[in-house]
Write a protein that binds this ligand. Structure first.
Ligand code: ADP
Ligand code: MG
Length: 696
């Protein structure tokens, strides 16, 4: 395989456009992509026609508007290029209108009440900033999905709006700092995707994995991740073959999958792409998840993207590496080499610090889901408390700035901003702070809280918006300032002083951190129902409206959708548990009890002088367990039923799911796991953790 020929071979990218489009059309489209200028219909027609010819040459027969409804996965509805013509026969057609706008029959996607039934047909609108591509013989056109009233029904629309917000505010700052040439600023994102690979035959024997993506039962195996012997270990041949094929498939789609290695937990791995714009990175991450699942099946694996597939084993996240860059090639979080660059770097750095401190709630909400709560709210890093890590060197620099003192790094330096040069800030290579939710890693921030199965759209909507909002305040001050340099210095010092409580360089995993964070006044929102009410506070509504990212109505719809989704996930899990307990676990324990009882009776008959003490004891324990499991099963059933009697308020429902349904699920699980640890394994109805986690 020739990588150069393969990479992007199924993408209608800039090179293809330049080659195939008439010069004028190319230039017009390029302006739209690069500068956000609107596109006229004639240009769209020419692009559509060229796109169609290219796609047909590549073997495509259909096209689809590819979009990302609030479910968090992608949706597509395929239409054929074929148009019948009068007198029989057909031609291949694809008009500008069909490229630009689609009307999926999408009334069953969640809208949180935004789409009254009379306007149930939302529409999809072409997003020319993410390239079209061919998947399974279908030309996929990345689109935004809105209601006829213009409200966002998807994850892309707010992401595009938040990019615009960031672009607006950063440009104001850059203009003041001597970069009038910058036309466009984009958020750059590189999401590192964690996942588990387990044997498909074993997977297919577990209803819990099939229906819910995670194990709802499972006794601890004798060996888990204690030895850390999996991390960066050798890849097994079947895994290596899987990774190679994933890479190849992704490269064709223009996704620059770059590194793969084993993760901490057994059977856990990671894939990282080279970063790109937050919009394209979001689309690419959706494709990555889809391709990984599909290729896994071909190699006899199931790819688990759930945040916590196995209790007692590390869960999977998605590290969202984020920075801002200009069309002139500047990374705004790259420490500079000249005094002016330093001041600029520090200004953007403290803007992010302030944004994270002020909007911990929104960052937490952006990663809230029933699945991810197992990581964030459980005994695992990162915790639900949002804090930041800067690394020793940068921390020392900020301390010095705050106290107007000298910073010493090998040589003595005068740390007045703008006077001297900052040392290169080394990447934190020690890996010592893998526990921090929001870490500075040399020239970007890494937000580590997103869950493995989520779209990264929401996290980036929030980061873009909150940073834009802080920069808006900075720009207002700087535009009114007489001495810009002095004002920048003052802003940097004031911001560090006022927001340093968000910085925590210690172990986020530690129990003491919870106490200290509380003393610092940081938020701790362990579960989704704890976090979601913050989404619709007046303050947050005002913030999103000010930055033109969400309207009040849109926020309320997302609040509803996210809470409803939380309840749905927990209900499905609870129903799956009931099913497995009734049809598989109780029968298995019964069968084993029967064997034990028969053995005891046989012994007593053959050896009347020896009491079958062991059988008696075991039988008593098994009988006790069945009784308890039966009772807890009923209690869980009642907890689910009680949902129907609650008011229709999604928050009340979600709280009930957390406090009642989920709690009972855990009690039931503990009993079933105890049974698993004593029942004859030949009778246990599905493969246990030991077997699942030693897939070769
Ligand atoms: P590590 O593996 O130590 O976390 P890497 O340098 O391999 O660090 O980067 C991890 C991810 O961060 C990759 O996806 C990479 O493309 C991305 N990344 C690097 N620089 C930037 C940037 N300026 N903006 C956004 N993402 C970035
Ligand atoms: Mg990383």
């Amino acid at each position: 395989m020739n990588l150069q020929d393969t990479f992007g071979s199924l993408v209608f990218n800039d090179a293809v456009m330049r080659q195939r489009l008439p010069k004028e059309t190319y230039r017009a489209l390029h302006r739209t992509i690069a500068e956000g200028k609107s596109l006229n219909p004639q240009v769209a027609s020419v692009v559509a026609n060229t796109m169609k010819d290219w796609a047909i040459e590549k073997g495509a027969t259909h096209y689809t508007h590819w979009f990302q409804p609030m479910t968090g996965i992608t949706a597509e509805k395929h239409d054929s290029f074929l148009s019948p013509i009068e007198g029989g026969g057909a031609i291949m057609e694809f008009s500008g209108k069909e490229l630009v706008r689609g009307e999926p029959d999408a009334s069953s996607f969640p809208s949180g009440g935004l789409r009254a039934t009379f306007e149930a047909r939302g529409y999809t609108a072409w997003d020319p900033t993410s390239y079209a591509f061919i998947k399974d013989g279908t030309l996929c056109i990345p689109t935004a999905f809105c209601s006829w009233g213009g409200q966002a029904l998807d994850k892309k629309t707010p992401l595009l709006r938040s990019n615009e917000a960031l672009n607006r505010q950063v440009k104001r700052i850059l203009r003041l700092l001597g970069h009038p040439d910058v036309k466009k600023v984009t958020a750059t994102v590189g999401p590192e995707q964690e996942y588990f690979l387990i044997d498909r035959d074993l997977y297919s024997k577990r209803k819990d994995l099939i229906f819910t993506g995670r194990t709802l039962f499972g006794a601890r195996p004798p060996k888990g991740q204690e030895l850390d012997d999996h991390y960066f270990g050798n890849l097994k041949p079947r895994v290596a073959a899987f990774m190679r094929e994933v890479d190849e498939e992704l490269w064709k789609l223009g996704v620059s999958a770059k590194t793969e290695h084993n993760e901490v937990a057994p059977c856990q791995h990671e894939l990282a792409p080279i970063f790109t714009t937050s919009n394209i990175a979001t689309d690419h991450n959706q494709l990555t998840m889809e391709i990984m699942k599909r290729v896994a099946a071909k190699h006899g694996f199931a790819c688990l993207l759930h945040e916590k597939p196995f209790a007692g084993v590390n869960g999977s996240g998605k590290h969202n590496n984020w920075s801002m860059s200009t069309d002139t090639g500047l990374n705004l979080l790259e420490p500079g080499e000249t005094p002016a660059e330093n001041a600029q770097f520090l200004l953007f750095l403290v803007a992010v610090i302030k944004a994270v401190d002020l909007h911990q709630d929104l960052l937490r909400i952006s990663v809230a889901s029933a699945g991810n709560d197992h990581r964030l709210g459980g005994n695992e890093a990162p915790p639900a408390i949002i804090s930041m890590f800067l690394g020793d060197e940068l921390q020392a620099i900020l301390d010095a700035i705050e106290h107007h003192s000298a910073y010493i790094a090998g040589e003595k330096m005068d740390m007045n901003i703008g006077v001297t040069t900052l040392p290169r800030i080394p990447k934190d290579t020690t890996d010592r702070n893998r526990t921090s939710p929001f870490a500075f890693t040399g020239n970007k921030f890494e937000f580590r809280s997103p869950g493995a199965s989520m779209s990264i759209a929401e996290a980036n909507v929030v980061i873009n918006t909150i940073v834009a909002d802080v920069l808006m305040g900075f720009a207002d001050q700087l535009e009114a300032a007489v001495d810009i340099r002095a004002t920048v210095e003052q802003l940097v010092v004031d911001t560090i002083t006022n927001h340093k409580r968000i910085i925590f360089n210690g172990n986020n995993y530690a129990e003491e951190w919870k106490k200290e964070a509380q003393e610092r006044g940081l938020l701790n929102l362990p579960s989704t129902p704890d976090a979601l009410p913050y989404l619709i506070t007046d303050e947050n509504v005002a913030l999103f409206e000010r930055q033109r990212v969400y309207t009040r109505q849109e926020l309320h719809s997302r609040y509803d959708v996210q809470l409803e989704n939380y309840c749905k996930v927990i209900s499905i899990e609870a129903h799956t548990m009931l099913d497995i307990v009734n049809k598989e676990i109780i029968p298995a324990i019964s069968a084993y009890s029967g064997n034990v009882a028969r053995n005891g009776a046989d012994k007593r008959r053959l050896l009347p002088d020896v009491e079958p003490v062991y059988e008696q004891k075991l039988l008593r324990r098994l009988t006790g367990l069945i009784n308890e499991i039966g009772a807890h099963n009923e209690a869980l059933h009642e907890a689910i039923q009680a949902l129907d009697d609650l008011p229709a308020d999604p928050l009340a429902q979600a709280r009930h799911c957390r406090d009642c349904v989920f709690k009972r699920m855990q009690e039931l699980r503990a009993l079933a796991d105890e049974a698993e640890s004593i029942v004859d394994e030949k009778l246990w109805p599905f493969p246990g953790y030991g077997e699942l986690l030693t897939t070769k």
